[in-house]
Design a binder for this molecule. Structure first.
Ligand code: 1HE
Length: 267
């Protein structure tokens, strides 16, 4: 596969920084003075990246510039919206986060500092989350007089359960990195300053998988999880047959049998 490059339309985006490391695209939110709060311009630009992913990109890492991942919705833009405007605003976030969650490639979030409100919703739309020890997680929507609008009520209970999310939203409780790990918000916890390196290493490993396998994980797993067991089993059989009969899968299986592929190794 050819090495991807950044098209000018993506390189011109001014609310984020994009760079390529082989087949891994690194998207860094770039509003550190506002703690990477998500403005309309920023959400539109993140959406643009995911609908225009350069060919050859096989995984994405999302991180935030500065000490914080993301302080959530840019509250300065919230003030004067009418009801329809607010619905459309939420739907814009949904479109962006759906493009991440149900897109072509796996996305790893590297989390540090504040992972708050819409920032936590962004993280929840990614597929793998790595937090460093400085990370903390909160949903201050209750205190701000609003509600989640970026898919949080759909995705977060699937990670941590309705009861934990209810607690965070009602009481303003903030989880530290350990609590976030225990609650299921993140899959990895690393020392302070280490989230990006870990996320990039995971993304490189993910990018080396067969694209069909990664695609099946992204597209089939969440759908099967919502199906009744017998429908889920049938879907699994179909997806398994499609993935396993691809030429790349067959080559990878032959390589293992010829002792040319890596074994499974512990941690
Ligand atoms: C912001 C935002 C923001 C910072 N919108 N401007 N999110 C929140 O309720 C979180 C609000 N933010 C905070 O609680 C704190 O800023 C932090 C804990 C994240 C970081 O604290 P700190 O001391 O490092 O920074 P700071 O001094 O509070 O903020 C630096 C600047 O960023 C400051 O602006 P400045 O012009 O005075 O320099 C802040 O006003 C600005 N800033 N966060 C706008 N969020 C789709 S629905 C989703 C709903 C939600 O996300 S609700 C949660 C909103």
């Amino acid at each position: 596969m050819s090495t991807p490059s950044l098209p000018p339309a993506l390189a011109a985006l001014d609310q984020l920084t994009l760079s390529l490391d082989g087949a891994v695209l690194h998207l860094r939110l770039n509003r550190p003075a506002k703690r990477n709060a998500i403005s309309d311009a920023l959400i539109a630009q993140i959406h643009t990246v995911f609908v225009q992913l350069p060919e050859g990109v096989r995984a994405v890492v999302v991180s935030g510039e500065g000490e914080h991942f993301c302080a959530g919705l840019d509250l300065s833009e919230l003030v004067e919206r009418d009801t329809l405007g607010a619905v459309m605003h939420s739907r814009m976030w949904h479109a962006c986060f759906d493009a991440i969650a149900l897109g072509r490639v796996p996305v790893v979030a590297a989390l540090q500092g504040a992972v708050i409100g819409g920032g936590l919703e962004l993280a929840a739309s990614c597929h793998v989350r790595v937090a460093d020890d400085s990370a903390y997680f909160g949903l201050p929507e209750g205190q701000r007089g609003i509600f989640v609008g970026g898919g949080g009520s759909v995705r977060l209970p699937r990670l941590m359960g309705v009861a934990r999310m209810t607690d965070l939203m009602l009481t303003g409780r903030v989880y530290d990195a350990d609590e976030g790990l225990a609650a299921g918000l993140v899959q990895y916890r690393v020392p302070t300053g280490g989230a990006l390196d870990k996320a990039m290493a995971l993304a490189q490993r993910i990018a080396a998988n067969a694209p069909m396998s990664n695609f099946a994980v992204l597209q089939a797993l969440p759908r099967i999880a919502e199906q009744a067991p017998q429908e889920g089993l049938f879907t699994e059989s179909l997806v398994s047959a499609i993935a396993g009969s691809s030429p790349e899968a067959q080559q990878r299986l032959r390589d293992f049998l010829a002792k040319k592929a890596g074994k499974v190794v512990k941690g």
